[in-house]
Design a protein around this ligand. Sequence first.
Ligand SMILES: [Zn+2]
Length: 339
Amino acid sequence: MIVGPSSHFKENQGIDWQNTRLDINKIPEEVLSFGSIDLFEDRLGRKIGAPILAIKGKKPGPVLGITAAIHGNEINGIPIIHEIFHSLDPNELKGTIIGVPVINIPGYLNYKREFIDGKDLNRIMPGKARGTPSQEYAHSIFSRIAAYFDYHIDLHTASFGRINSHYIRADLTHPVVNELASLQHAQIIVHTKGPVGSFRSASVKSGHPAITIELGNPQVFQNKLTVEGIHSIENVMKYLKMMDGDIIQPRIPPVICKKSYWVRCFDGGILEVYPKLIEKIEEGSVIATLRDIYGRDDITYKSPEAGIIVGKNVNPVVSTGDRIIHLGVIGDPPPLSQP
Ligand SMILES: [Zn+2]
């Protein structure tokens, strides 16, 4: 049930979605509407519904979907969605914009990245009907909501114990995805097709160009990043001709990385990581030292190659295999694929 109206736009008539799927035809025009789509039943048999914000313009245009918190403790996208939907003039919009401020409802309620069965929803998209709890939930997200998007922006942050720059994950060989990425007010753009099962890659695979925006740190709102995220999404809407206006270029162009990866510990102990976010480092730069629990200096870690710090570990307590830095390798991505 769409339950509008919003605070400053005209009332809608209360269109019934029956909470089953995102039916674009039933969204009233030129009104901000609020709704819910059922995805799952919890252990008490209660329905879990994803909150939906929707605006459909009178003039035709694409459906742009903006989703946040598929990792339940990655919440920086929520104020971006709120701000966009509550400030956009529905009379000016062409096409439809859909916002889902929280995708992983159980994770959000428990301040956790994963779903209730401990699985990462962003590795099993588009899910599976008649599968495990997380596969079923992922399938509902994809088939009932994301399948109706023409373009998709998925908002993330770092995970617990880590911090991120403001960076974009995108398959830069895909011509449209490349354009969407180039419109972003980000510090870094990383070319990546995967990981397999991510919401972004599942959207691209089903024919809907998609990018991931990574914005800062878990379980906090960071206002500066909210503003940059809004500029980025407005640029996408202008590019898609959903709203008028000139595309605003970022003040500092993003650094393009042809790939990125995590440099990891090969022992456990107490870790101190030295480089700052977006700092450029050389091959062989000292990136961290590891002490043992007696406080004795033990191991010095060096960067395996030159690059830029996309993200870093800030949790000093590490075991073998834990992350140190997310290293972006600066360089041109592979050429565009042919349409
Ligand atoms: Zn995430």
